[in-house]
Design a protein around this ligand. Structure first.
Ligand code: BTN
Length: 262
């Protein structure tokens, strides 16, 4: 796997160190185990996970079905408050890589999912270690349903795979490498600009809920609103039912469509 990924890489530093596990507990856990002395840009990939982690303490189904389970380890010199933008940047990079290289029309469900035909094909879990109010390291974990032939009953309505939607088995190594190639470029620009203004328009064009009614779930409960797209900080701009405008922050809320997942 390492060689196959390496052959397709055009990066200057990202994924120059790759750790591949045929099976492991969770690539995020492996990346965090690198601790403070890990190499910036290390990529961890697994064939399957026995303890795949999702957002909000959920688990992530990780069977050995030719899917992608990967995490990158980064040491960004940015403020802690800007770290959630990295999730937005990864979702954007995955969508861009799938579109440009394979013609897959994936859309983004803010902040950390990708959908195809209204069902989830990708989830992103960003975790970080903070020391003395500064970022020690960030781990961005990405799971992509590439080869699943079926899903457990409870996920069938909301999850799908590239194989189920297209009948094709896409090469994982090439997908991973393309995501690394795109992400490195976007990440370098992000580190210079420290916001997401330059991707805002392209991101919003791929945003599945843009200009549509959504339900926002936050710590105080849920309310209906219309999604207006992200701003330059990666926050979701919304219009509430009373016409007032507001923004919601990644990490604090969950968003869904009025009829279900999208
Ligand atoms: C979510 O949608 O809840 C986020 C899912 C993130 C899953 C990926 S798979 C690779 C990495 N390792 C994990 O344990 N989780 C992430």
């Amino acid at each position: 796997m390492n060689e196959k990924i390496g052959k397709e890489l055009t990066t200057k530093w990202l994924a120059w160190e790759i750790h591949f596990y045929p099976q492991t507990d969770s690539t995020n856990v492996r990346a965090k185990a690198l601790g403070e002395n890990g190499v910036h840009g290390t990529l961890i990939v697994a064939g399957s996970q026995t303890a795949g982690r999702g957002r909000r303490g959920r688990s992530w189904e990780s069977p050995e079905e030719k899917n992608i389970y990967m995490s990158i380890y980064l040491k960004p010199e940015i403020e802690v408050a800007k770290a959630p933008m990295l999730t937005i940047l990864m979702a954007y990079s995955v969508a861009k890589a799938l579109r440009n290289t394979f013609g897959i029309d994936a859309q983004i469900k803010w902040p950390n999912d990708l959908v195809l035909n209204k069902k989830k094909i990708c989830g992103i879990l960003t975790e970080m270690s903070i020391k003395q109010n500064a970022i020690e390291y960030v781990v961005i974990g990405t799971g992509i349903n590439v080869g699943n032939k079926e899903f457990p009953e409870e996920l069938k309505k909301s999850a799908t795979s590239l194989f189920l939607e297209s009948g094709r088995l896409f090469p994982r190594a090439k997908i991973i490498a393309e995501i690394m190639n795109v992400f490195e470029e976007e990440y370098e620009r992000f580190c210079k600009e420290e916001d997401l203004g330059w991707i805002q328009d392209a991101y919003n064009q791929m945003l599945v809920n843009c200009r549509r009614d959504i339900v926002v779930l936050d710590a105080n409960g849920e309310y209906s609103a219309k999604a207006l797209g992200i701003n330059e900080k990666g926050e979701l701009q919304i219009e509430k039912e009373d016409g007032t405008k507001d923004v919601v922050f990644a990490g604090e809320v969950s968003v869904r469509g009025i009829y279900g997942y999208v």
